[in-house]
Design a protein around this ligand. Structure first.
Ligand code: V1S
Ligand code: CA
Ligand code: ZN
Length: 453
């Protein structure tokens, strides 16, 4: 071990094998690519590496509604009513067979043109495209019972299904119903919950789950590529032993699902730095949103404009976080490290370098408070792997030199620079003026002063 810090790291190869559908920006193979780079630098030998455990349905129900979880299970062809109620642990195999869990919706109602993004699309062509295939073709899958159903029964079933899809915000471009969607969500959540549990037990100082950080999922609805809110579940685990938990979100998007979950409690303080305005998703996270009831003043929003660079980000991030930690005195911190705040991200519009993003993590870590580090967004896949590898090294206090990355089977994806830390400056103008940032900083410091600690 290099830093003296005890680091628990959660990963299973199976999580990189899921597929959101053709053209979808969320690419789970980025998790396999990250782990391959982490291993290529030998970082896995300096921490404890654990396989992802699937969260149990009971754990998921600590936040999500039974109706929503059942519906996700139904879509994934899993019968929650019959034992085993929990899924078996992840195998770590990339090509894990889908059959036990893939009695797909598609097989029941194929002729009616249901919105099933991945099932009707061809598998992705990426060089990291091993793993699960998109849903199997559904032609010829009608069972005799189904084919004997009356047209009215099928129409009624279709209507009920569409209504459930609408109610749970599922099945459109952002949140397609892909093969293994519940499985993927339970794996991501299991890693975050187990990281929190190890911190609670005092057996590690920092826990890392790059497959977590899915901050948009709501109690009973999917949103923005997220189906299950692993962060909320992990914070609930931390709250078993911690009086106050601080959540910090540096994904370019607003951490709305986490904010909403803890909006009315003072046991969790949520802080999100995000792009705000110009119709940017999800559109929430105004400076004025500060929490309600017992939670009033315990939600902190830092809405930013496009193009923020390293200097401006550090200028707002460091004093705000230092003041929050000083006044709130959290006993555990969860840091969502969405990589879409980097410059050159496919969906983002900030201009951060890998160095600055990792500096934010180093700054948070420097307070010496038990820390759960999670992934999140990140859509320029090789840069996601670069960032989260550098951040794993940051947690371990290992300095990685900015040379050509070590050779792996995925080396070609890192061109044309093949460097660990390429120039990610996107050339977008920084619309965050000094005056704007100063006003925001003083507003936030003022907000903190109104909290009776
Ligand atoms: N920005 C953006 C964006 N791009 C897409 C998208 C593009 C192609 C597809 F095939 C599917 C989706 N969706 C969005 C955003 C959602 C961003 C979610 C970020 C998630 C996270 O990084 O914070 C955490 C993992 N959705 C929208 O902007 C909504 C739309 C309004 C526009 C785009 N269309 C496709 C859906 C509706
Ligand atoms: Ca954010
Ligand atoms: Zn994001």
């Amino acid at each position: 071990m290099s830093s003296g810090l005890r680091v628990s790291y959660f990963h299973s190869e199976s999580v990189g094998g899921f597929y959101y559908g053709r053209g979808h920006p969320m690419k789970p193979p980025r998790l396999s690519l990250t782990h391959a780079l982490v291993k290529a630098y030998g970082l896995d030998r300096q921490m404890e590496v654990y396989s992802l455990r699937r969260a149990t349905v009971e754990e998921a129900l600590l936040f999500h509604t039974p109706e929503y979880v059942s519906f996700l299970a139904e879509l994934d062809g899993i019968d929650l009513g019959s034992p085993p109620r929990t899924l078996p642990p992840a195998t770590g195999l990339v090509l894990a067979p889908r059959d036990p869990y893939s009695a797909r919706l598609a097989r029941c109602f194929p002729p009616l043109g249901l919105p099933m993004a991945s099932t009707s699309r061809s598998p992705r062509p990426s060089s990291l495209s091993h793993g699960r295939q998109a849903g199997h073709g559904h032609q010829g899958c009608l069972t005799p019972q189904v084919s004997q159903q009356s047209a009215e029964d099928l129409a009624a079933a279709k209507k009920a299904l569409e209504e459930s899809m609408r109610r749970h915000n599922l099945g459109h471009d952002d949140v397609p119903v892909f093969d293994g969607v519940l499985d993927f969500s339970l794996l991501s959540s299991g890693g975050s919950i187990d990281g929190a549990a190890r911190l609670n037990a005092g057996v590690c100082d920092v826990a890392i789950n790059w497959s977590g950080g899915l901050h948009h999922a709501k109690k009973q609805a999917a949103s923005g590529f997220c189906y299950m809110n692993d962060i909320v579940l992990a914070i609930l685990e931390l709250l078993k032993f911690n009086p106050r938990v601080l959540y910090i979100d540096i994904d370019v998007h607003h951490g709305d699902g986490v904010e909403e979950a803890f909006y009315e409690t003072d046991r969790v303080m949520t802080v999100s730095f995000h792009m705000y305005g110009e119709g940017f998703f999800p559109g929430t996270g105004a400076r004025e949103d500060i929490g309600e009831g017992e939670g009033k003043q315990h939600a902190i929003n830092v809405p930013l404009r496009a193009g923020i660079d390293d200097r401006s980000y550090a200028y707002i991030f460091k004093p705000v976080i230092a003041a929050i930690i000083e006044s709130y005195q959290p006993t555990a911190i969860v840091l969502q490290c969405g990589a879409d705040s980097l410059g050159c991200d496919r969906l983002g519009c900030f201009n951060l370098t890998i160095g600055q993003h990792a500096d934010c993590l180093a700054f948070v870590k420097s307070f010496g408070i038990p820390l759960l580090v999670l992934g999140g967004g990140g859509y320029t896949v090789p840069n996601v792997a670069r960032l989260w590898t550098v951040e794993t090294a940051t947690v371990l206090d290992v300095e990685l030199t900015n040379d050509v990355i070590p050779y792996t089977e995925h080396f070609d994806l890192f061109g044309p620079s093949f460097k660990l830390i390429p120039d990610t400056h996107a050339g977008i103008a920084n619309l965050n003026t000094r005056t704007y940032l100063d006003k925001m900083k003083s507003d936030i410091l003022q907000q903190l002063k109104t909290i009776p600690f």
